[in-house]
Design a protein around this ligand. Structure first.
Ligand SMILES: [Zn+2]
Length: 498
């Protein structure tokens, strides 16, 4: 390496070096690129992003699920000024744009509002976005007609961006939702990606056979469609978003609380919540819903909905669990973890050639709350469980799904593979030892077996510890207009090789 760049790859290098690292017996891999993170939860508290870097992740992509800061530029400047360890890129969020222009309401956009939203997508791309994300499951994304998404996707596509979507429905409507995601790519004329692809709810398990066939058929007719996935059979989002129907959340928190106070409306919400608990995210049993974090009562973190229901003096039934979910929303809400994904679907999606890996995680403060273990374990888990133990993927394929494939998808032309002239982002690990150690019971536990991590030519992790280097850069998208200012540049790097 010289500066931030790979200078030479050869069986023997005779040139003098300032530093030689012995990697005998280890795998030297391109640094992992996480295409779906919620890293703005934590990046300013833990700018070293230890949970990710210790897995070999060298680039974090934010702004998924339709949610991003608007505008992007000041946020990206703040990240750059923070001097973080990994590289950092962004999507612009369709839901955030709609919220800004129309609000959290269920109605179509006017012509003037469409113009405003198009302009905000354009501005996001000029500020450095890699594409447009949507979260059509969430409020207000769920109120967006497909045509409106296509209109905005077209703007991102014309500017070189991709479309990535948390789909409208990952449970009983998963087939329709995949179709919608493919149509948006096809008619929006841009690459389209099903993010964290899963099939939620036992009644729907097995439908990945059909969703993957639909992706294959779309690809065969020229739609540039891809997938990302995390290797766990539980999802995570807020209890309210997951267990209450979308219509009950229209208009924001105050409107939701008002509906919950009205007995007739509350009964309707409860009936739908029971159904969601039984057939969808609830996994058929209140035990399958766990609280990850809870501001109004931090002691609830780690407890499941059955325990909390019981703690409120109620017998454990789906009806009472729905009452507890509504009570949680009334108290201020909690984050939740939902065990409702089948391992067979997970494996079928994982081995599909159009699937890459993304954690959907965040940057936890070590020891605080009870987050989904995906934040600590995703990449190491793919290598330990699905490559070494289950032998579902070759090591090379897994590495490609975690580095070259997302780099190519995002248009990061100088990262994702190890080749002379590329940026020196590397994950070095012991293939016999690499593994995730974070569990749902004990999530705050770093991955093992990664020995060195290098970002932009600087060692950020070695000998089991983070170093003082924070060489992460903002990775700007294809239509960026603003010149990157405060981002550390190559000239800051130590001269010569390290
Ligand atoms: Zn999502």
């Amino acid at each position: 390496m010289r500066g931030d760049t790979i200078a030479l790859i050869a069986p023997r290098i005779e040139a003098r070096a300032a530093r030689i690292v012995d990697v005998n017996g280890l795998v030297v891999s391109p640094g992992f690129i996480d295409i779906h993170t919620h890293a703005r939860r934590g990046i300013f508290d833990v700018p070293t992003a230890d949970n990710y870097v210790r897995q070999g992740v060298t680039t974090l992509i934010e702004g998924p699920d339709g949610s991003s800061p608007i505008p992007l530029a000041p946020f990206l400047e703040k990240v750059a000024a923070t001097h973080i360890t990994p590289n950092f890129g962004m999507f612009i969020g369709q839901g955030s744009i709609r919220s800004e222009v129309i609000g959290e309401v269920d109605r179509a956009a006017t012509t003037a509002e469409m113009d405003k939203m198009r302009a905000l997508v354009r501005q996001g791309m000029e500020d450095g976005a890699l594409g447009l994300s949507s979260g059509l499951f969430y409020v207000p994304g769920t109120f967006t007609p497909t045509e409106e998404v296509i209109e905005l996707a077209r703007v991102a596509g014309e500017m070189g961006g991709i479309y990535i979507s948390h789909m409208r429905d990952e449970a009983k409507g998963v087939i329709e939702s995949v179709r919608e995601t493919l149509v948006i790519g096809e008619r929006g004329h841009l690459p389209t990606q099903i993010t964290h692809h899963k099939v939620v709810g036992k009644a729907n398990w097995g439908r990945s056979v059909d969703t993957l066939r639909m992706v294959d058929e779309a690809r065969a007719r020229g739609v540039d469609a891809t997938i990302d996935q995390y290797p766990y059979t539980a999802s995570a989002t807020s209890i309210g978003a997951a267990l209450l129907p979308a219509w009950a959340q229209e208009g924001g928190r105050e409107a939701t609380l008002k509906r919950l106070k009205d007995p007739a409306t509350r009964a309707k919400i409860k009936a739908e919540s029971v159904r969601i608990l039984r057939d969808e995210r609830g996994g058929g049993d209140p035990k399958n819903v766990a609280v990850s974090s809870c501001q109004f009562d931090p002691s609830l973190a780690g407890k499941n909905l059955a325990q909390i229901t019981q703690g409120r003096g109620l017998p454990i039934t789906l009806e009472n669990a729905a009452e507890t979910a509504m009570w949680i929303v009334e108290q201020g809400g909690c984050g939740g973890i939902f065990h409702a994904i089948g391992e067979e679907d997970l494996q079928r999606i994982l081995v599909h050639p159009a699937t890459m890996i993304g954690s959907d995680g965040e940057i936890p403060i070590f020891g605080r709350n009870s987050p989904h273990p995906r934040s600590y374990g995703t990449f190491a888990r793919v290598l330990g469980v699905y490559v070494r133990e289950k032998k579902l993927l070759s090591l090379e394929t897994a590495v490609q799904k975690m580095s070259a494939f997302p780099a190519q998808r995002l248009g990061l032309a100088d990262r994702g593979v190890l080749r002379v002239g590329m940026k020196a982002d590397m994950a070095i690990f012991d293939p016999a030892r690499v593994r995730d150690t974070a569990t749902f019971e004990k999530p705050h536990s770093y991955a093992e077996g990664v020995t060195h991590v290098i970002v932009n030519g600087q060692i950020v992790f070695e000998n089991g510890a983070m170093t003082a280097a924070r060489p992460g850069r903002i990775l700007y998208g294809p239509s960026t207009k603003r010149a990157p200012q405060s981002s550390p540049s190559a000239s800051n790097a130590a001269p010569g090789a390290w």
